[in-house]
Design a protein around this ligand. Structure first.
Ligand code: ADP
Ligand code: MG
Length: 733
């Protein structure tokens, strides 16, 4: 029989069809799979003290003669088995529950060796359910007293069986494993070869060897992912997009409108024949004519001076826009850092180049808020903005569609649904996606299909993303960070209160409202279900509007309300006609009412850190000292940790790092993205340094060989392809 890596598990010595069926459940089908089915942890059984020296609380190996075995029924048909084991120094009592068959095995054994946790017992110390083996008197026990792998199992698959299978796979198949990484890379990264590492990770000679072996395997996992991201990025940079005439705009020249559309080949830097509209490169020639320099227009447009961080990010975006490739940039800026103004400045550049822009927000409330702001900014400059939301009547909608299609409207604002709707643009060149992390291939394709080549895309998010995650799921995006808040903001004061203190909290709210401020009361997150949330909100609303806050104007906002109603409420709150707004998390993102300066969050323990941070960002947006009060009854350690973090910092990045630690990367990335974080061995938190190393290595490799065409990368290329089909990576083009 051939001993190839593809050998089915059932033919691996010590496995057989029954065990093979169990292995199959955990995705282990071949000999190779067994080799790569790695231990989850290890038992270090090397410490064999004399029995009298084994202390309660220690995990040790003991060895001795079996003195007495007794089985005692303990009701319900269950059996407690006790065995006294002694050596020349003393004795210990070993116990097993419900394993009656162990009795006979023990009785037949002369000496045994056992590994487990020592506990203080009534007479003798005890060890319950130890792992053990019978042993000959002249056996030194070394085979048992090793560092022993502990494998992930499934029901019915015994640890012992898995250990034997791995042993036999190592003995018979390891020689056939080929290292996918080229020797030059191993050398430069100071990594051992794969065979050595596999042997060591199953059966480490020492802790150092185990660490070294694991390091290599983790590096390899990270490398494949980082290579893929780097390749994807390199590919985007090869794609053709719009080269906005930024330098000309900055100099105050007026670009001629896109009549001289030419076809351009990036590689040859020449006009080329082109087959699909996506390959078109639209070149905008500018005319030497006096105009107002771009930055002057931006200044004139905004009612405030940009912060240093805002103008730096605008410059970063503009220099991307100038390149003849589609931009794919993520702008991260904490809540209130002024992302809207940044987007507006960049959109202005696009409009002045003769292109249309679209801004998409996650909710209608936000879309309308953006619409209002952009209208204020753009109209004085003669730029027409249209709003596209679900509630438009058919006449208004038709009108808006028509203006967008004819180019009479240069800017369209709406929800993310814009790209699904029938709207056509005359010359869409720049797209802003607000409060979203990610903009998928499908969405980009939908936009392209709107008819104008490959627009630049700017994605904005207020959710700070820890560095480890930006290197992984977002590794193919360019990132700009607005790391400064507009001047004059006062840090929000956050307090943690218990439910019995609610009255004093309400009194504080009343006091602030009497001073002219407005307040949010956020309902507990009773369920993921919108209907139930709405009910809870309605209850809290009627309670507060007739009780504690009966003297004030109280409003209600939740996701189940008709959108016209929502608008009405938001508009009233904005105008100050509502003092206190009872709301669900629909106000979570983006809502901007600077006079609102206090937020009470009920059952704050039900919200995650990122969500609390988002919610809290609705206050502290104006000149007033703002407050956030977290009310929570629960006091588990984890809840207390979250509350402490919220009280002690308003720094979104710090909060994000903590969140990552508490929840783990998969949860933060969201279900549709966590697939790309499915590592077998690597742990993003623990191995973040190594991730950086792998990223740097990948960038260097791709720089030299963008498609990994070199012969030394054949196996790596193959692995990347495999990985891609294993985890359905959500890709961004
Ligand atoms: P976010 O980044 O959370 O989307 P917004 O764009 O909504 O923030 O801006 C928050 C508030 O700060 C708005 O009221 C906006 O007008 C104001 N703002 C933005 N930039 C500045 C600035 N440079 N100086 C003063 N106020 C600013
Ligand atoms: Mg915003």
């Amino acid at each position: 029989m051939s001993q190839g890596l593809e050998t089915e598990v059932q033919y691996v010595k010590g496995v057989g069809p029954r065990v093979a069926a169990l292995y199959k459940k955990i995705g282990v089908a071949t000999a190779e799979d067994i080799l790569f089915h790695l231990p989850r942890r290890y038992q270090d059984r090397r410490n064999i003290p004399p029995i009298s020296k084994a202390r309660p609380g220690e995990v040790v190996t003991i060895r001795g003669r079996v003195r007495r075995v007794e089985a005692r029924p303990i009701g319900g048909g269950r059996v407690l088995l006790k065995a006294i084991v002694e050596d020349s120094s003393g004795a210990i009592c070993l116990t097993w529950f419900n394993q009656p068959w162990v009795k006979k095995q023990l009785e037949e054994a002369d000496q045994i060796i056992a590994y487990g946790l020592v506990k203080a017992g009534a007479n003798l110390d005890e060890m319950s359910s130890p792992e053990w083996e019978a042993i000959e008197a002249d056996d030194d026990g070394e085979a048992f007293a090793q560092i022993v792998p502990v494998y992930p199992l499934t029901d019915g698959l015994q640890q012992k069986t898995a250990r034997n299978a791995a042993r036999s796979a190592l003995d018979n198949f390891l020689y056939a494993v080929e290292d996918p990484l080229p020797p030059s890379l191993l050398q430069s990264q100071k990594l051992r070869d794969l065979q050595w590492c596999l042997r060591q990770i199953h059966h480490p000679d020492s802790e150092e060897s185990r660490i070294q072996a694991r390091r290599r395997i983790v590096f390899e996992e990270f490398l494949y992912m980082q290579l893929e991201l780097a390749m994807r990025r390199a590919a985007t940079q090869q794609e053709l997009g719009i080269a906005f005439p930024i330098a000309a705009l900055e100099a105050g020249e007026i670009p001629m409108v896109r009549e001289d559309v030419s076809e351009y080949d990036v590689k040859t830097k020449r006009t080329a024949s082109v087959s699909t509209p996506q390959d078109l490169f639209f070149k905008v020639e500018s005319e030497k004519r006096e105009g107002e320099p771009l930055w002057q227009q931006i200044e004139r447009m905004l009612p405030f001076e940009m912060t240093g961080a805002q103008s730096r990010v605008v410059r970063e975006v503009l220099s991307d826009m100038a390149l003849p490739h589609p931009m794919n940039r993520l702008v991260q800026g904490d809540v209130g850092s002024g992302k809207t103004a940044v987007a507006a400045a960049c959109m202005l550049a696009a409009v002045r180049s003769g292109y249309q822009c679209a801004l998409m927000a996650p909710t209608e409330i936000l879309a309308e808020q953006h619409f209002k702001n952009l209208k204020n900014y753009f109209e004085p400059l003669g730029i027409h903005v249209e709003l596209l939301v679900g509630k438009l009547g058919s006449k208004d909608r038709k009108n808006a569609y028509q203006k967008i299609e004819s180019g009479a409207a240069q800017v369209a604002v709406g929800t993310h649904a814009i790209i699904q709707e029938g709207v056509k643009f005359q010359s869409l060149g720049f797209v802003v996606v607000d409060e979203q992390h990610r903009f998928g291939v499908l969405q980009r394709k939908a936009i392209r299909d709107k008819g104008f080549g490959n627009p630049d895309v700017l994605v904005m998010t207020a959710t700070p993303i820890p560095r480890t995650l930006t290197m992984t799921i977002f590794g193919d995006l360019d990132i700009s960070i607005i790391d400064e808040l507009p001047p004059g903001r006062k840090a929000i004061k956050t307090h943690y209160k218990r439910p019995f203190e609610r009255e004093s909290v309400y009194n504080k709210v009343k006091e602030l409202v009497q001073q002219g401020r407005q307040a949010y009361v956020v309902c507990p997150m009773v369920s993921e279900n919108e209907k139930m949330m709405a009910q809870a909100a309605e209850e809290l609303y009627s309670q507060l509007s007739t009780g504690a806050f009966s003297e004030f104007r109280v409003g209600l906002l939740h996701g189940q309300m008709k959108s016209a109603m929502k608008d009405e409420v938001m508009a009233a709150f904005r105008k100050g006609e509502i003092d206190i707004l009872v709301a669900t998390t629909v106000i979570e993102v983006g809502v901007d009412v600077p006079n609102a300066s206090v937020m009470v969050i009920e059952d704050a323990n039900r919200f995650g850190l990122a969500q609390l941070h988002q919610l809290r960002g609705r206050v502290g947006r104006g000149e007033f000292q703002s407050f956030c009060i977290l009310i929570s009854d629960a006091k588990s350690e984890e809840v207390m940790r979250r509350m402490d973090i919220m009280v002690s910092t308003t720094d979104g990045f710090k909060i994000a790092e903590e969140d990552l630690e508490i929840r783990g990367p998969g949860n933060i990335a969201g279900t549709d993205q966590s697939g790309s974080l499915d590592f077998k061995v690597a742990d993003l938190l623990q191995d973040s340094k190594l991730l950086e190393v792998a990223r740097q290595a990948a960038l260097r490799i791709i720089e030299k060989d963008p498609n990994l065409n070199g012969a030394e990368w054949t196996k790596v290329r193959h692995r990347i392809k495999q990985r891609r089909s294993d985890v359905a990576l959500i890709t961004v083009s």
